[in-house]
Design a protein. Structure first.
Length: 95
């Protein structure tokens, strides 16, 4: 079995909001999404279907190995009945 490497993937996304730099940790975000999905009794396949994405892509989101579009972000908020700020806060590393 081939082992996949994501050495060139940066699991962080930097945003500049109102002159303030904010770094989002995609791995932390993915873990949060996984907890929320499981707490709602949903499988990855069900969540992927709810946001109209492939199971493979959704799995990458939960592992933090792919960046998502704003459209996907909004669909996740709706599918998991979260608030957008709740989801963003989950991705900001605690200092």
């Amino acid at each position: 079995m081939r082992k996949l490497h994501y050495n060139n993937f940066n699991a962080n996304v930097a945003l500049n909001i109102g002159g303030t730099a904010i770094e989002l940790d995609l791995v932390t975000l993915g873990r949060y999404l996984q907890r929320q999905r499981k707490s709602r009794g949903m499988t990855q396949g069900e969540c992927a279907g709810a946001i109209h994405r492939s199971l493979s892509f959704y799995g990458h989101i939960e592992r933090g190995t792919r960046k998502m579009s704003m459209e996907t972000f909004c669909e996740l908020v709706l599918a998991l009945d979260l608030s957008a700020d709740e989801l963003l806060r989950a991705a900001i590393p605690r200092r």
